[in-house]
Design a protein around this ligand. Structure first.
Ligand code: DGY
Length: 334
């Protein structure tokens, strides 16, 4: 008898090393269509599987878990964000779920930093300007931006990626202030030279504001019209977390009216759609959710998701579980 091959679903093509790892152990059903796996297909294909590798575009909720059946052991999400997963529903059914933290921290912070620089210094606007091929000449008042070096960076959400932003800020001689519902140990604050502020105080004080929160009912529209009004007219706002953390219509209005200086956005409220008003504005830099999009990082995410999947199926503890209590339950029971 050959070794057991686990029936699993993978909802999008992953980098080759991850696919190789999964197919070395599993009988894989792969959705290889253009975009996100259509919901009806997802619900049909998950039936009878013991594991799944899902993306942030796949909702893992009661309906999904019902469609899967009782044999489902693990849902390994290919993302650090897991707002697409109803973790409580997984816990109720004893299904493990995991994400891909750590391996994308520095790359995502790099992307946030690039957006911060691009928005503050009008890089994308300058690029568009030259591509119009209109005559121009250097001038003292031409396309002036805001300084990044020496300014105050406000970090909203001081987890792994928020802290990686604080490390970058030191190289730019910036003052760092942060807000998070959970404060880290004082030595973490000290080590990063970061000072805590209440959210509204941070918004009023910071020159550049970068968002690194999870999406939850508490953070939905955390940045709304009222909070935008607290920011400086020279402020630059960057979001690489999740789109719905910002009320996009309110942001477009604030940018249009010059209430804040500029924004750099990697994520969108109704992704993949971008609010049409934002696309008409020069003072916003938009990129299509590229936070973790480097060759090495996407491979690392794939290998971590694959390891979570295979470990669970082989009866080993998956390294980055969102509900480790289910592992405890299952390993105690087995
Ligand atoms: C994540 O991991 O949550 C990102 O949004 C995609 O890398």
């Amino acid at each position: 008898m050959g070794e057991t091959r686990w029936p699993v679903l993978v909802t999008r093509l992953l980098p080759a090393p991850a696919m190789d790892r999964i197919t070395s152990k599993c009988d894989m059903t792969l959705y290889d269509g253009g975009g996100a796996m259509p919901r009806d297909q997802l619900l049909a294909e998950i039936k009878g599987k013991v594991g799944a590798v899902t993306l942030l575009t796949d909702k893992v909720d009661d309906e999904f878990l019902d469609a899967a059946g009782d044999q489902l052991v693990i849902v390994a999400n290919y993302a650090v964000g897991f707002d697409n997963i109803d973790v409580a529903a997984c816990i109720r059914r004893g299904v493990m779920c995991s994400n891909t933290p750590d391996v994308l921290t520095e790359t995502t912070a790099d992307t946030a930093w690039a957006l911060l620089m691009a928005a503050a210094r009008r890089i994308a606007e300058g690029d568009r300007f030259l591509r119009r091929r209109q005559p121009w000449v250097w001038g003292p008042l031409m396309m002036l931006g805001q300084d990044v070096n020496g300014r105050t960076l406000g970090i909203v959400g001081f987890g792994r990626i928020g802290q990686a932003m604080a490390r970058r800020a030191r190289g730019f001689g910036m003052k760092v202030i942060y807000y998070d519902a959970y404060r880290p140990a004082p030595e973490v604050e000290r080590g990063l030279g970061a000072e805590f502020r209440e959210l509204d105080d941070l918004l009023a004080e910071a020159d550049l504001i970068t968002l690194h929160t999870n999406l939850s009912p508490e953070t939905h529209h955390l940045i709304n019209a009222e909070r935008l009004a607290k920011m400086k007219s020279t402020a630059v706002l960057v979001n690489t977390s999740r789109g719905p953390v910002i009320d996009e219509a309110a942001l477009a209005q604030a940018l249009k009216e010059g209430q804040i200086f500029a924004a750099g956005l990697d994520v969108f409220e109704k992704e993949p759609e971008v609010h049409p008003d934002l696309l008409d504005l020069e003072n916003v830099v938009v990129i299509p959710h590229l936070g973790s999009a480097t060759v090495d990082t996407r491979i690392a995410m794939g290998l971590l998701a694959a390891e979570n999947l295979i470990a669970a199926l082989e009866g080993r503890q998956p390294p980055t579980l969102l509900n480790p209590e289910i592992w405890e339950q299952r390993s105690g029971r087995d």
